[in-house]
Ligand binder design. Sequence first.
Ligand code: FCA
Length: 337
Amino acid sequence: MKRRIFLTLVAATTAASATMLAAPVAQAADEQIKIGFIVKQPEEPWFQDEWKFAEIAAKEKGFTLVKIGAPSGEKVMSAIDNLAAQKAQGFVICTPDVKLGPGIVAKAKADKLKMMTVDDRLVDGAGKPIESVPHMGISAYNIGKQVGEGIAAEIKKRGWDMKDVGAIDVTYEQLPTAHDRTTGAADALVAAGFPKANIIMAPQAKTDTENAFNAANIALTKNPQFKHWVAFALNDEGVLGAVRAAEGRGFKADNMIGVGIGGSDSALNEFKKPNPTGFFATVIISPKRHGEETSTLMYDWIKDGKEPPKLTLTSGMLATRDNVAEVREKMGLASAK
Ligand code: FCA
């Protein structure tokens, strides 16, 4: 009797170890690396470009990319749960609201997902950046300065008297990177001799063209004294809103110098128009670094346990319709379209 039980146990153990031997293979197939890429405004060309470059990384490294648009806090939270349910191991995110920071960090932790942020850095309850989460953003203040310097150089080239020029400063103060960009632009203008009083703040309610258009219209209506206008904002979409508003009041390419930040389709389509518009230039930033490099960093983290650098700030290059192709080439973006 005892002997029979013993033999049964041996058989059972052997069967179990056979299953265990087979297990790692089955597990490896299940454990395909899956990475989420969550963005706040999926309709914006910049974010489409980020996704496109993230796809390139996914193809090259052989991971699965899950693209999710999440324009609200609720959508972000369900996107993270959804990624966990799909057995993703991590995600890259540009959040719709940086103040969601602590909530997003807690959710990722509860779902055991690695996370890094792109473009917009999360802040804590006191408004300080959450430094424990790896982040890749643009060097916002410096890029803003490039915008302001570009505008100032063009004002001088056209021989405008700066006292006759108004500047539409399309602001979005609740987003630190937006604040830093427009502050950099305003500072550079003032440093070039532009009267500070001629810089008109035009707060936008959302970071899109329509809201910038509405904000710029108010600035234009309230300031009929200016002969010429210039405009800057956190991105190309904001400047396009100001350019369209100015056009509506008769300030066309000859009397408007708008300089954006981005260099995705919003800017490229404007440059492709047969006649120049008030959208004079853009500081091209890199969706390749922000899409391909971030997702590769996440992949290496999941695969090899190598954590991404805590903070990476990328740079940009000013481009007008005349040299946009050349600048895109220099930034390694030429083959992407
Ligand atoms: C922010 C802006 C985007 C883009 C990105 C780099 O998220 O909203 O338009 O400029 O930074």
